[in-house]
Design a protein around this ligand. Structure first.
Ligand code: HPA
Ligand code: ZN
Length: 346
C-alpha cells in the first residue's frame, strides 16, 4: 500500500515514459555530491542543506535564468575523476529507469565535464558513453546520448565537440544540442558547425524560445536545422512561427518546472503548454534538470495533469509522440512505439 502522499504520484510513476530532454549535469544526486565533496575535497559547504542551496533551486531563490544557470557553475567543481563521471552517469540512468522511463535521451556537456580537471574532451565523451551503455543494460532501459554545447562558450570548442560527437555515432551518440544563455548570446556563430554536424548524420535539437523570443525558434529551425526544440514555449508569441513549427513537424521538449524556476512563466498555472497542444504543436513532457529542479519525470506528468489540467489521454499521446520524435533509427523507433502503445492501452 502507498501512503496518501505517494498514492497520487504513483499513478504517474507506473506510467511508462519517454524523456527527450534531460541534462546529465543537472541530474547529480545530492548524496553523491556530498560523497564527492568529502572524498575529493571540493571546497563547498559539506552539509546537505548548504550544498543543496548551491546546486539546487530553493523555494526562496529568485526565479531567474541567471540563478538557474549559476547552479551549473558550482556543479562543475564536482567532475573530479573518471570514476566520478562514471558514477554520475550510471546514477542518472538508474534514476530514470526507476521512474519508469523506457527510453531516455540523456544530454551531456563535454566542455563542462572536462573543465575542472582539464580532462581531454574525447576522454570525457568516452567515459560518459561507456557508463551510459553499461547502465542501460543493467537497468533495462534504452538510452540515446546527445552532446550539448553552450551558446555562452567558445564556438571553437563546440566545433571540437561536434567533430568528436560525429565519430561517436556508432556508439550510441545520436545528436547535438545548443544550450546555455539564450538571453545574451546569439546562435549565429554556431551555424556552420551545426550544418556540418547535420551532414555527418547527427540529429539536432536546439534550446530556443525559452529565455529568448519566438524568432529564436524560427532561427533554430531554419538556420540550425533543428528537428526538435528544447523548451520553445515562447513560440506562442508569434503565430507565424507556430505555423512554421507545425508545418515542419517540429517537436517541443517542454519542461514546465524548469520554466517556472527560471522565470520563463510568471506563475506555474500560466504555462503555455495547454495552448501549445490546442494549436496542434507536438508537445512532449520532460524534466530538463531533475536534481537542480528537485523533481522526477513522474512529478512533471503529475504537475501537467493536475495543475495545467491536461487530461491523462493527452499525456499518454505525448508519451507516444516523444517516442516518435526520438533520435532513433526507424526499426528501433517502431519497436519502442509499438511496445509503449501496447502498455498504454492496458
Ligand atoms: N536552458 C539552457 N541551458 C541549460 C538549461 C536550460 O534550460 N538547463 C541546463 N542548461
Ligand atoms: Zn535544457
Amino acid at each position: 500500500m502507498f501512503s496518501d502522499e505517494t498514492a497520487p504520484l504513483n499513478k504517474y510513476v507506473v506510467l511508462p515514459k519517454v524523456e527527450l530532454h534531460r541534462h546529465l549535469e543537472g541530474s547529480l544526486r545530492l548524496a553523491t555530491m556530498l560523497d564527492i565533496a568529502r572524498q575529493h575535497g571540493v571546497t563547498v559547504p559539506v552539509s546537505l542543506l548548504n550544498l543543496s542551496g548551491l546546486v539546487q533551486v530553493q523555494d526562496q531563490d529568485p526565479l531567474t535564468f541567471s540563478n538557474f544557470l549559476d547552479k551549473f557553475k558550482t556543479l562543475r567543481l564536482f567532475y573530479k575523476s573518471p570514476d566520478v563521471i562514471h558514477r554520475v552517469t550510471a546514477e542518472a540512468v538508474e534514476d530514470a529507469a526507476k521512474d519508469n522511463v523506457r527510453y531516455l535521451e540523456l544530454r551531456f556537456t563535454p566542455v563542462a565535464l572536462s573543465r575542472a580537471e582539464g580532462f581531454p574532451l574525447h576522454d570525457v565523451m568516452d567515459w560518459v558513453i561507456a557508463s551510459a551503455r553499461e547502465a542501460a543494460k543493467k537497468y533495462k532501459i534504452k538510452v540515446g546520448l546527445i552532446a550539448s554545447v553552450n551558446r555562452h562558450e567558445s564556438p571553437e570548442l563546440a566545433e571540437q565537440v561536434a567533430w568528436l560527437a560525429a565519430g561517436q555515432m556508432k556508439n550510441g551518440l545520436v545528436g547535438l544540442d545548443l544550450a546555455g544563455n539564450e538571453a545574451e548570446f546569439k546562435s549565429e556563430p554556431f551555424y556552420g558547425l551545426f550544418k556540418e554536424a547535420r551532414q555527418a548524420g547527427l540529429r539536432i535539437t536546439i534550446h530556443a524560445g525559452e529565455w529568448g523570443p519566438a524568432q529564436n525558434v524560427r532561427e533554430a529551425i531554419e538556420n540550425l536545422g533543428a528537428e526538435r526544440i528544447g523548451h520553445g514555449v515562447r513560440v506562442m508569441e508569434d503565430e507565424s512561427v507556430v505555423s512554421l513549427a507545425r508545418e515542419r513537424g517540429v517537436a517541443f521538449e517542454v519542461c514546465v518546472t524548469s520554466n517556472f524556476q527560471s522565470g520563463v512563466v510568471k506563475t506555474f498555472e500560466s504555462h503555455p503548454l495547454p495552448r501549445m497542444l490546442e494549436n496542434g504543436l507536438k508537445v512532449t513532457v520532460n524534466t530538463d534538470d531533475p536534481s537542480v529542479s528537485r523533481i522526477t519525470l513522474a512529478h512533471e506528468y503529475q504537475q501537467v495533469c493536475e495543475r495545467l489540467n491536461v487530461p491523462m489521454d493527452a499525456l499518454k499521446r505525448s508519451v507516444l509522440l516523444a517516442a516518435e520524435s526520438a533520435f532513433l533509427g526507424e526499426p528501433a523507433k517502431q519497436e519502442l512505439s509499438a511496445s509503449l502503445k501496447t502498455e498504454l492501452k492496458r
